[in-house]
Design a protein around this ligand. Structure first.
Ligand SMILES: [Zn+2]
Length: 634
């Protein structure tokens, strides 16, 4: 058990403790139905619930969540505590005869369907280590069945990253194991994290709170599961793309009927029925929480309208044919009526958020106003699986506004306002200086207006990051907001902010793996270079290079023009400064940080014909992204 007292400086204030008490009274916290579902079909658990990677490093640790067995403290919203207890129930479970799930061995679930010869594995978790441990747990209790098929429900890493822990890439390449995925899977799996990957990863540190200490004053999960595993991520590309609703497929004697749901929770996603098992896999389209229309880590805004429609379609297609419903996260649900009831409420949840946001924006309200105005109808608000453990009404509404209207709220005073540091300096001056602002902050803290304290102190910190009193007061306000939050990502954001205000940013880093780089198209690879060009330094410089990839027989021109790296395929420029002859495989090693440029040149794996100094000039214009940029300070 982790030391849970070290993380926060203070416990909950009376105001937050009272608010949490009110939640306890308002909700039927003692309702055990979900707990019965979460434990139903239990076969066995991993004990101790630890997964180790290379050199014994722990990549998954459920033991650190044992504090959740205790009573909810006043530093956690009781509704979130209940959700964390449910998500912490882990082990191997039978969903229906022939369908098993390993839950709580990663953020996501691995589902195993028994076929004629072996098993079909659905969604092999985030990393090879946890996926292998999950499969081993299954085999220990169900026999050493071979993997005869693999299926990805959608293009998010927590549903494919551990593929190499359950299959051998050579078996897949040789056609021995089919790998099924929705149409567009590979493109989206790779591209979602290419362009803004560094910033998304940095914000994901806040959202999932993986580096936070676990405990009553720290991380209590992510709402959707407990946390992210930290082993080795890979990918095995699909060999069979599913493209049409109604498509039927049989793998190792296991029949499936598909429903495509592109642009719902992920850009490539699908639901499917096992007609012979009367079981429905709903991917990540209906989970035991309000999901994210816009994820706070950052991504394109998802389409709440289509999400809702797909769930309606799932009821029409499969509602009569499923006695069990399971997803890529959390516990299943049984009983035809209960399944349809859940899908209908989830359909209405996303539909209501979409339609009511649009109704209100057409009356002139802006995102931040709609976020305060919009409340779910009681039938949805009181439903556990519609509650804000992951997404919130507040930030989802702002996302829907943004999808239709963009960042601008239409008020010309906001069309050209000062950015944070410049605004902060001016606010501080207008409010009478740091001492006066701190005094107002302390008054607001005593009143329990922590949102206002955070906003005021953020101005003070952005005007003067060396103001330790302002940093501490902001940290204390964020802490109280965390203790009251029902949403785990909100709690984690608040706690990470408090930590970095007190301790600063811990240096991190993320380099893409060679396997992931190898799957980038050449266009994506050159796009990644283009994004790293320091435009102002590039200035008026004009450079042109021919690229020849000897192993893939590709010809490209890469041209620097007005600070932009322009790429065209299947061309050569007769006036190019130089021609770069290289294997694409060598370039992958360079991008993944495995082999430096000098070594590739020295070994002759990269050859420059023409003016080599010009290539040096181009490379000199590349800037490294910053994986640990400041968020709560300027
Ligand atoms: Zn997921």
């Amino acid at each position: 058990m982790s030391d849970s007292t070290a993380i926060g400086r203070a416990g909950a204030t009376e105001r937050i403790a009272d608010a949490n008490d009110a939640v306890r009274l308002e909700l039927a916290i003692e309702d055990r139905e979900d707990f019965e579902d979460a434990r139903r079909g239990f076969v066995a658990a991993l004990s101790p619930a630890l997964v180790r990677g290379t050199e014994g490093r722990v990549v998954w640790d459920m033991e650190s969540y044992s504090f959740l067995e205790e009573e909810c403290p006043d530093t956690v919203n009781p509704s979130l505590w209940r959700q964390a207890q449910l998500n912490a129930i882990h082990g191997l479970f039978e969903v229906v005869p022939g369908i098993y799930q390993v839950r709580g061995l990663d953020l996501s679930n691995m589902t195993i369907v028994e076929g004629r010869e072996g098993v079909l594995v659905i969604d092999p978790l985030i990393c090879a280590e946890t996926a292998a441990a999950a499969l081993a747990l299954y085999r220990e209790h169900r026999g050493p069945r071979a993997v005869t098929g693999l299926l990805y429900t959608h293009s998010h890493v927590d549903h494919f990253g551990g593929a190499l822990g359950v299959v051998d890439a050579a078996d897949v390449a040789a056609g021995r194991i089919p790998v099924l995925a929705p149409e567009g899977f590979l493109e989206h799996a790779i591209s979602e994290n290419v362009y803004a990957g560094t910033a998304m990863a940095r914000r994901a540190e806040y959202m999932f709170g993986a580096a936070l200490q676990r405990g009553p004053r720290g991380q209590v999960g992510t709402g959707l599961g407990m946390t992210l595993s930290t082993g080795s991520i890979g990918i095995v590309p699909p060999t069979r793309e599913i493209a049409h609703t109604g498509h039927e497929e049989t793998v190792d004697g296991i029949a499936m009927i598909f429903q495509m749901t592109p642009g719902s929770e992920a850009p490539a996603e699908m639901n499917f029925l096992f007609p012979n098992h009367r079981a429905l896999c709903i991917a990540e389209n209906a989970t035991h929480n309000l999901h994210n229309i816009i994820t706070p880590r950052g991504a394109l805004v998802r389409d709440a309208r289509m999400w809702s429609r797909y769930l309606g379609e799932a009821i029409d297609l499969f509602g009569e044919h499923a006695d069990a419903l399971f997803a890529g996260h959390q516990w299943p649900r049984w009983g035809r009526e209960r399944i349809v009831e859940m899908l209908a409420k989830q359909r209405d949840l996303y539909g209501y958020l979409h339609d009511q946001t649009l109704r209100l924006l057409n009356k002139g309200y802006v995102g931040s106003e709609i976020a305060e105005l919009l409340e779910l109808p009681t039938g949805l608000a009181r439903e556990w699986h519609c509650r804000e453990y992951y997404g919130t009404v507040s930030h989802n509404v702002k996302g829907i506004y943004e999808r239709y209207m963009g960042w601008f709220d239409g008020n010309p005073a906001h069309l050209w306002s000062h950015p944070p540091e410049q605004a902060a300096t001016r606010y501080m001056r207008a409010m009478g200086g740091a001492d006066a602002v701190l005094e107002e902050g302390r008054r607001a803290f005593a009143e329990g207006d922590y949102r206002w304290v955070a906003e005021l102190m953020s101005h003070a910190v952005f005007a003067d990051p060396s103001n330790l009193e302002a940093r501490e007061l902001e940290a204390r306000a964020l802490e109280q907001l965390a203790y009251g939050a029902e949403s785990a990502p909100w709690r984690n954001f608040f706690l990470m902010g408090a930590r970095e205000l007190r301790e600063g940013v811990r240096e991190g880093g993320n380099t893409p793996s060679r396997e992931m780089v190898a799957l980038l198209s050449t266009e994506q690879l050159f796009d990644v270079l283009a994004i790293r060009i320091d435009g102002p330094r590039a200035g008026e410089l004009r450079l042109s290079f021919n690229w020849i990839f000897t192993d893939t027989d590709e010809h490209h021109v890469l041209m620097l023009s007005n600070g932009v790296l322009i790429h065209s395929a299947n061309r050569q420029d007769s006036h190019a400064d130089a021609t770069v002859v290289v294997e694409r495989a060598a370039l992958n090693e360079l991008f993944a940080g495995i082999t430096p440029m000098t070594e590739l040149l020295g070994e002759g794996r990269l050859r420059v014909e023409g003016d080599a100094a010009k290539l040096g000039e181009l490379l000199g214009l590349l800037e490294e992204p910053d994986p640990s940029f400041a968020i709560v300070t300027p």
